[in-house]
Design a protein around this ligand. Structure first.
Ligand code: FES
Length: 358
């Protein structure tokens, strides 16, 4: 009798271990990990679930290209990151903006980001350019990675302008490992394209890099860059929306496409009728009017709920949905994530009621 019982114990322990590992993997893959920081915990949250804002010292500020500043942010024992990761910068005004890490992932003493000034933007890049000076501190959260480098037989990158920032650490890593890669790098002019000299050096062996400055040669030929891709080649694109559309349209079948958005895809957070949202852990229910986003309605009750872009591309506002039929209006979440979570800045509800884990 002892043997079957022992077998049962082993089976049960094994199943528990597998379940724990699966859970751990799911948490590690979740875009909510590390969780966005909340200035104060929402009812039911322990402080351990929130990622604290880390204060880093700006020890370097250089001009990486026309209209692009590069910041070196120093701290100690900083979390490691993988190429493609980004940081949340918590700006002095309270605005939160995401910037890709473009330094050395092995450097646990500093992070490096580069930011292009968007003249007609919503103020984040202007604040970075005008207020973040050497000797000051800035708050950061993360890093998080929504644009990781996948295993592939080869890589083709199509990049526009400041979209080079998440790609640069990938290129360094691929060049060091001897992997097969090519880059099509477009920009308004060579002077406006950051890291050009380093990139051309990285690609010097074997004609890997094609630089297309619009003022010299017009738009990059995306179709030519994607023609005749070898089996198993992964395609990465980061840049303005029209460039990403062109890559998606020209991509031959059977090649995975990895996109990193710096701006919102088309989406409407406010269309369709009213409904109500129950905030289960807070014990409150808020009405969402026809012309209002879920985020706006939730903020009326929970002013410290995390958000940033308000356009469905940064992922900061992602919340777990406990009940209700979600009308997803973003292009960021994976199918898996869409099952039980939503970006409350743009997505809505098909029925009359949603229940959020807030
Ligand atoms: S706030 Fe950026 S996705 Fe919602």
């Amino acid at each position: 009798m002892a043997l079957p019982r022992l077998r049962t114990v082993v089976l049960v322990s094994g199943a528990a271990l597998l379940t724990r590992r699966a859970l751990k993997r799911r948490i590690a893959r979740s875009p909510l990990w590390p969780l966005p920081a909340l200035p104060e915990p929402v009812s039911g949250h322990s402080k351990r679930r929130a990622t604290a804002v880390r204060r880093l010292l700006i020890t370097g500020r250089t001009v990486a290209a026309d209209g692009v500043v590069q910041l070196r942010l120093e701290g100690t024992g900083l979390p490691r990151w993988e190429p493609g990761a980004h940081l949340d910068l918590v700006l002095p005004s309270g605005l939160v903006r995401q910037y890709s890490l473009c330094g050395d992932p092995e450097d646990t003493g500093a992070y490096t980001v580069a930011t292009r000034l968007v003249e007609d933007g919503r103020g984040g890049s202007r604040e970075v350019h005008e207020q973040l000076q050497e000797g000051l501190e800035v708050g950061v959260r993360g890093p998080r990675n929504r644009f990781p480098l996948a295993d592939a037989r080869g890589y083709v990158f199509v990049v526009g302008g400041i979209g080079i920032t998440p790609v640069l650490p990938m290129l360094r890593s691929l060049a060091a490992s001897g992997a097969e890669w090519r880059l099509l790098y477009g920009g308004r002019s060579r002077a406006s394209m950051p890291f050009l000299a380093e990139i051309e050096k990285l690609g010097a062996d074997g004609d890997r890099v094609t630089v297309v400055a619009q003022d010299e040669a017009g738009h990059p030929d995306v179709a030519a860059a994607l023609a005749g891709l070898a089996q198993g080649t992964a395609v990465y694109c980061c840049g303005p929306e029209p460039l990403m559309d062109a890559v998606a349209a020209a991509l031959p079948e059977g090649h995975p496409l990895h996109l990193e958005r710096f701006s919102a895809a088309a989406g409407d957070a406010t269309g369709s009728g009213p409904f109500e949202v129950e905030l289960r852990r807070s014990g409150r229910t808020v009405p969402v009017a026809a012309g209002q986003s879920v985020l706006a309605a939730v903020r009326a009750e929970l002013p410290h709920v995390a958000y940033s872009c308000e356009q469905g591309f940064c992922g900061t506002c992602q919340q777990r949905v406990l009940e209700g039929e979600i009308d997803h209006r973003d292009e960021l979440l994976t199918d898996d994530e869409r099952g039980d979570s939503m970006l409350i800045c743009v997505s809505r509800c098909w029925g009359g009621r949603l229940v959020l884990d807030l």
